[in-house]
Design a binder for this molecule. Structure first.
Ligand code: ACO
Length: 703
């Protein structure tokens, strides 16, 4: 991407407002007024066919009439005129075309949107929007929008898909005291999308943290790729996470892959911190924009009140960073700065008698100690202490500790004085919140960020298989038959081509063949109907297990065939699968979907009732690295069952993780072919004894 071109959108040196209006209250008037009010230092050129002057500025009938070059155009003419002014702007050499106007793809007129994008492409002009509020930058004193004012200055920048929410957030930056440098309304994303904005903001010297409000987008892989490479923290609030596409799903995995889970997995892989709601987006943005990431696991809490200490302790457990006691030497030193009845454990309770000095001394010592990875300082307003004094004590202790690579967060619980003290802390670079829970929650964000960054730096393994052609031949054969689902035997052959450990399975067309193949596989065997018209084999009486000899095999062949005919008289029956009977193991499910945003995506969970009832599954966008596969195994609720519970030997996690990686490689390599797939059940044996895919299903993409 040519960054200079995007400068034309986000920090242009001159702006034409096309559709500038003489009438106060109109968007075209407000944008000109906002540029003036924000003290924009570049040139402003109002464009209007009939007016001669707006707010003291000379007006030009068209952009072509402007005597100088123009870097950006903010467009506030009705939709039907936008293409025409795009053409004129392109000719004029405009780099950034900011389309506030609504009435495009959001209301069924994608064609009009596409037309503008095509014009932009012809002239090397990038399009922001349409259907946006505009773009705002404190660093450039530029309010090129119809939002009322520039946000509270700060180090974060926000990209929002919702315009109305951006306006609301703009105002609340002041009440919440979370500062932003840029606010970018991204709207329909006809051209510039989240990935483009992230890439640009990552290079922007005025931005230290990138916040996103996301409703949904198409180019998920580009988003992951750009975010993984970003060197600044990215935090995202994703709305609209109710199940999407689930109703049409043909596989187990398809029905379980809701937007919340897939976006959540993608954010993790992209190293993007998630926010749970708007409050959380602001709170986490504040911490990520002011503090370094938290590497390590040890949070030390320093408090003057037991109650807030316990609340923070509970929060630490809830956010998965449970507190540990500090080593004895740390406790001994801390004891020197508190009364006899204080506690040097964790939380460190310096008691209600604590004044500025005790806060200062404990913080200065503890923050610099190598055991401490992060500090959370809590304060309950008391009659004997002045909150602003305490705040100054905290800040000077942090500074004097000389520590720059560990985070600190603060919570003051009290009234106006505490509120003022927290404002001062934030202005001085220390995130401060009214609730202890929040001071811990943001620490979890800083810790997650550090972890995800480390993972995002991991190389992604190559994914092609030498046996790709073999898999394609099987798939093409099914397509020639007019099928969009592979049979179990075919699906297993495809799995095997990618190194997945499937049970030995052969197709018998006659009773004699069944007996011969059963001998070849070795008794006991399982026999299953193979028919594209019978997906639920057991329901059709199409499965017989533990067949021990030739006689039983012969009988099973006839019974299964008979049952299948009864179940569906006109079913197309390929034959009966003769399959090795795998010994019992822990049942898990692996599967894949082709997510509309992120493409091939893997699922893992415990099988049987766990998947049916509890939906205890987890996702990752393919390809899945070995670290990510190991995480998948440990993040489901049933993880202890895999790890070995109540005296049971641990399962073969290594081989299971390898299988997930190979499976993810397969769905990526065959992403043009496979729509959904399941390996269910997969049996997992004791450590060192591997795994076996017992049943397999592949649904093909419609071509
Ligand atoms: N070149 C220059 N100026 C032109 C041209 C042209 N080719 N054609 C018209 N104009 C002028 C008009 O003369 C008018 O100026 P005037 O008031 O001095 O006469 C001005 O452009 C605006 O045109 P109008 O026809 O008056 O249009 P209006 O201002 O009513 O609406 C607007 C235009 C605001 C772009 C409207 O079509 C629209 O899309 N509104 C929604 C915008 C929005 O909300 N976007 C963000 C969505 S996100 C959220 O929800 C907050």
């Amino acid at each position: 991407m040519d960054k200079n071109v995007l400068n034309g959108l986000f920090r242009p040196k001159s702006i034409a407002v096309i559709g500038a209006s003489t009438q106060p209250g109109k968007i075209g008037y407000t944008v000109v007024e906002n540029l003036i009010k924000s003290k924009y230092e570049g040139k402003i050129y109002p464009i209007n066919p009939t007016a001669s002057e707006i707010l003291g500025l000379k007006v030009y009938p068209t952009i072509s009439d402007v005597p100088d070059s123009v870097e950006a155009a903010v467009v506030t003419v009705p939709a039907k005129f936008v293409a025409q002014v795009a053409e004129e702007s392109g000719k004029k050499g405009v780099k950034g075309f900011i389309v506030i106007t609504s009435g495009f793809s959001e209301s069924g007129r994608r064609d009009m949107e596409d037309e503008i994008v095509q014009i932009g492409k012809r002239y090397g002009m990038r399009i922001l929007g349409p259907n946006i509020v505009g773009t705002l930058s404190n660093a450039d004193k530029m309010n090129a929008s119809f939002a009322p004012f520039l946000p509270l200055p700060g180090k974060a920048s926000l990209v929002s898909q919702s315009g109305a929410l951006l306006i609301a957030m703009d105002a609340s930056t002041y009440t919440r005291r979370v500062g932003f440098d840029k606010l970018v309304s991204i709207g329909n994303m006809s051209d510039v999308n989240f990935a483009d904005a992230i890439e640009w903001l990552n290079e922007d010297p005025s931005t230290s943290c990138i916040s996103l409000y996301i409703e949904g987008f198409k180019d998920g892989r580009q988003f992951i790729e750009v975010s993984r490479k970003a060197t600044k923290p990215i935090i995202a609030l994703k709305s609209g996470v109710s199940a999407h596409g689930a109703a049409a799903a043909a596989s187990h995995t398809g029905s379980l892959a809701g937007a919340a889970k897939v976006y959540g997995a993608a954010f993790q892989q992209a190293g993007v911190v998630q926010a749970s709601d708007l409050d959380n987006l602001f709170d986490r943005t504040l911490a990520l924009s002011l503090q370094p990431p938290m590497t390590g696991e040890n949070i030390l809490i320093i408090t003057n009140g037991g109650g807030v200490g316990v609340l923070a302790t509970d929060a630490a457990e809830r956010y998965n960073i449970p507190l540990k006691f500090a080593p004895a030497e740390v406790q001994e030193e801390l004891k020197k700065h508190m009364p006899e009845f204080g506690s040097a454990k964790n939380p460190v309770d310096i008691t209600g008698m604590a004044g500025t000095e005790w806060y200062h001394d404990t913080i200065k010592y503890a923050f610099a100690h190598p055991w401490v990875d992060a500090l959370v300082v809590l304060y309950c307003e008391t009659a004997m202490t002045d909150p602003s004094e305490i705040a100054r004590g905290i800040k000077s202790a942090v500074d004097e500790s000389g520590v720059k690579d560990k985070p600190v967060s603060v919570s003051f619980v009290g009234g106006d004085k505490s509120d003022k003290a927290m404002k001062w802390l934030v202005e001085n670079g220390i995130p401060a919140y009214g609730a202890p829970d929040v001071a811990v929650n943001v620490m979890a964000a800083l810790r997650d960020y550090a972890r995800m960054r480390a993972e995002a730096a991991e190389p992604i393994e190559p994914c092609a298989s030498e046996n790709r052609q073999l898999a394609l031949d099987i798939i093409n054969r099914a397509r020639t038959d007019g099928r969009d689902a592979l049979t179990e035997v075919e699906a297993k052959e495809v799995f095997a081509a990618y190194g997945l450990p499937v049970t030995k399975t052969h197709l018998a067309k006659t009773e004699a063949e069944a007996i011969q193949l059963a001998n070849q596989v070795g008794y006991p065997v399982v026999m299953k109907i193979v028919s594209p018209d019978i997906l639920h084999k057991s329901d059709a009486g199409g499965v017989k297990v533990n067949i021990k000899d030739d006689k039983a095999a012969g009988e099973a062949f006839s019974t299964i065939m008979e049952n299948a005919r009864k179940y569906k008289a006109d079913a197309n029956i390929h034959g009966i699968a003769i399959q090795e009977m795998a010994p019992w193991g822990t049942e898990v499910i692996l599967g894949s979907v082709n997510d509309p945003t992120f493409g091939p995506t893997m699922m893992f969970g415990l099988g049987g009732i766990f998947v049916e009832v509890l939906k205890d599954v987890t996702f990752r966008v393919a390809p899945v690295t070995s670290t990510q596969a190991a995480q998948m195994l440990s993040e489901i609720r049933g993880a202890p069952i895999i790890a070995g519970v109540r005296g049971e030997a641990p399962r073969d996690r290594k081989e299971l993780a390898n299988t997930i990686c190979r499976y993810s490689n397969m769905i990526l390599d065959l992403s043009d072919e496979i729509s959904e797939s399941d390996a269910n059940p997969v049996l997992v044996y004791e450590e060192g004894k591997g795994v076996k895919v017992v049943d397999a299903r592949i649904i093909l993409k419609k071509k």
